[in-house]
Design a binder for this molecule. Structure first.
Ligand code: MSP
Length: 682
């Protein structure tokens, strides 16, 4: 039996799952089901990436032990994924003991072969991507602060003892591999990008950190933890038995490795096509057959990110759309490999057109006519008029060609074209039915053969579609299968074993609607309200989770009250107006602003609140704002907050800022119009 090993990236537990994570997993699951249906022995892996400084910091901010924090987020991933009924054999976690054993083995093998050495690292580090950047790669921010090119957050200049991986020595070997294996990186455009990157030369890679505690200790040097990408990438082999006893260990590993298909978003292409193959070569292991890099789902034209607040909330999505319709949409709508904009309008249109009016309607009208006109038994193809017989053969040909096209396109990972081929054949079937008007034929006993040929052809086409679409719509196609009176599991039917005509004489099952039509206007209105409420709830949650010392001193006002609908929304701790009025908010003007020696997060301000003397207020925004640029700025101050001491200095109030994204980047609240100092906000 042919084996097939497919993987998704392992998802960071530094944020909650969103459509992007579900997307890659849907692709992997569909491929896994497709291959299984065609007789392959499949291993499908997904999981979570749980180490690194950000996760350590997030746990600290949430005030819980790191393992407890990651367990919680892993649970949220599993819960969000559950309705999709993904068929992964395993969920790897980088905190699994078996994973750690395997990573140690990979490290030791690479080291024993002379590819890992100890040195000193100095570089610009982004804690969010766990990456060092060259100065030239960084983006210049205000005051020439160097920012991460991906996250646009300030980079930290770090200097520390580090182990290095001799990536530079792999340049030629990698290029040779890309040349000899044109399918190693797909699609072609991404392959070209990687080729030119590697041709430009590779630097050795720092693969350990002494500053990060939440990681896997380096064998024989536990002061160091492994670079999170060395740890994370190894999951693809540790999860199937490399260096441990998972699934029987070595034998299982050898059976499934190398992977056939590693799916990744284009955001992590370089890690998977440069670092990962180099690590494997260093340990003398074979390389995956294909790393396929897909595009990003955009929202409002931009990559979905919590920082931008434009992620598609899975709770809202799942409330209105069954997992099957979401699967169908993402596979059909996005040209695999390219970016695509996600809109609920497009999703609604697609579901209504292709599924409710399309496949679902074909099923219900065909089966209802079989029930009403043929006592529930699918007729055989009778000797009908020549014209109708010709049309029926054309329909058959269109369906059979679509079946072949489906596999051809799917094998090239052109999911949308594969599905489109079947949709086009379905249009042909629909037209055949509409032209032949079986409801009229049924009224005329002399047209019995015609009626039977139409219903036979429609039911047969439906049966073929159900089999082909089983990996995409597992439950809906099973329902159609059962309604057609077939037994067993549709996903076990090998498409090449389908025989045109075998549908005849089946007693159909109970008919039930497969895809209800959605009321676009109503659903859109509900979604808009729910999205606003869930954003507000998230803001509130973030506020409650973060302890004062790790958040900027000028904590965020939650927008919950303004955005909350009349109905109480779970997760929002409502307050009465009397509570709100206890907070005295006033307009202040920043008169002076300066850094505080040895406190790299704090700025010291004097702020004029229209009182006799300006107040001294401290705020933890030094990493985000240049003090000189803030002088003269009008801000909002909590004027009746009890004074407290920070770094020995008294802070006599708090400046308000929005807290944006995972890291709580502060954005100072202000005014668009002129406003006097001391004016009260209410
Ligand atoms: N932990 C690393 C991966 C390590 S793999 C050894 C990581 N995790 S992540 O949580 O940030 O997930 C990134 C992956 O999630 C992307 O490569 C992609 O598979 C998926 N997506 C995240 N956002 C996405 C979109 N907006 N659109 C499509 N896929 C997206 O990187």
């Amino acid at each position: 039996m042919n084996k097939f090993y497919v993987t998704t990236p392992i998802y960071y537990v530094n944020s909650y799952p969103h459509l992007g994570h579900v997307y890659t997993t849907i692709i992997a699951d569909t491929v896994a089901r497709y291959k299984r249906q065609r007789g392959h022995e499949v291993f499908f892996l997904t999981g979570t990436d749980e180490h690194g400084i950000n996760i350590e910091r997030a746990a600290e901010a949430a005030g819980v032990p790191v393992k407890e924090h990651v367990d919680r987020i892993v649970d949220s991933f599993k819960t969000a994924f559950a309705p999709f009924e993904f068929t992964n054999q395993h969920w790897v976690r980088t905190t699994d003991e078996s994973h750690k054993e395997g990573v140690r083995k990979l490290w030791q093998a690479a080291k024993a072969n002379g590819w890992i050495y100890k040195g000193k690292y100095e570089g610009w580090y982004c804690g969010n991507c766990n990456e060092f950047y060259q100065e030239a790669e960084a983006v210049k921010g205000d005051g020439d602060v160097l920012l991460c090119p991906t996250h646009e957050r300030p980079l930290e200049l770090l200097s520390e003892e580090s182990y290095f991986f001799k990536l530079s020595a792999f340049q030629e070997k990698l290029l040779e591999h890309y040349e000899k294996n044109p399918h190693f990186i797909r699609p072609e455009t991404r392959r070209n990008e990687v080729l030119s990157f590697v041709r430009g030369g590779l630097n050795d890679l720092s693969v350990s950190r002494v500053s990060v505690k939440w990681g896997i200790p380096v064998p024989d040097d536990p002061e160091h933890t492994m670079y999170v990408w060395f740890d994370a990438l190894s999951n693809y082999i540790t999860a199937i038995g490399y260096g441990n006893e998972q699934f029987g260990g070595e034998e299982h590993f050898k059976k499934f490795w190398p992977a056939n298909l590693q799916l990744v978003g284009k955001d992590i292409l370089r890690f998977h096509t440069v670092y990962w193959p180099a690590f494997l070569m260093a340990a003398g292991l074979p390389l995956p057959k294909t790393v396929y890099s897909h595009g990003m789902w955009l929202s409002g034209g931009r990559k979905m990110s919590k920082t931008l607040g434009n992620v598609i909330d899975l709770a809202v999505l799942q409330k209105h759309f069954s997992p099957e319709t979401v699967r169908y949409f993402v596979l059909r709508e996005m040209v695999f490999g390219q970016d695509g904009d996600f809109t609920y309008e497009a999703l609604l249109d697609r579901v209504n057109a292709d599924l409710a009016s399309g496949l679902g309607n074909l099923a219900s009208r065909t089966l209802t006519m079989v029930r009403n006109f043929c006592d529930g038994v699918i007729p055989s193809a009778g000797a009908a008029s020549t014209d109708l017989t010709t049309q029926a053969s054309e329909v058959r040909e269109a369906v059979e060609q679509a079946v072949a096209a489906f596999d051809r396109e799917f094998d090239e990972y052109n999911f949308s074209r594969a599905i489109e081929a079947l949709s086009n054949a379905r249009f042909r079937v629909d037209k055949f039915i509409s032209d032949a008007k079986p409801w009229d034929l049924a009224k005329d006993a002399a047209k019995r053969a015609e009626l039977e040929l139409v219903l036979h052809t429609a039911a047969e086409a439906l049966r073929f579609f159900a089999v082909l679409l089983a990996p995409v719509l597992p439950n809906a196609t099973q329902a159609i299968w059962n309604q057609l009176g077939e037994s067993g599991e549709v996903n076990q039917v090998l498409p090449s074993n389908l025989n045109w005509g075998d549908v005849a004489q089946k007693q159909i099952g109970e008919i039930a609607a497969i895809f209800p039509r959605l009321d676009k206007k109503k659903v859109m209105e509900e979604i808009k309200q729910e999205e606003a409420a869930s954003q507000a709830a998230r803001a509130q949650e973030t506020k409650q989770e973060a302890p004062a010392e790790t958040k900027p001193a000028e904590a965020t006002p939650a927008p919950a009250a303004a955005a909350a609908p009349a109905e109480p929304v779970p997760g929002i701790a409502y307050i009465g107006i009397e509570d709100f009025l206890k907070v005295e908010l006033r307009v202040g003007e920043i008169k002076t602003a300066e850094r505080i020696p040895k406190a790299d997060k704090l700025l010291r301000f004097t702020i004029d609140l229209g009182e006799a003397a300006p107040r001294q207020i401290l705020a933890g925004i030094a990493q985000y704002y240049e003090p000189e640029k803030l002088i003269g700025r009008k801000v909002i101050v909590v004027a009746n907050l009890a004074p407290r001491k920070l770094r020995g200095l008294e802070s006599q109030g708090m400046i308000l800022a929005a807290s944006v994204g995972e890291e709580g980047r502060p954005i100072l609240a202000g005014f668009l119009e002129e406003v006097p100092n001391g004016a009260k906000l209410k």
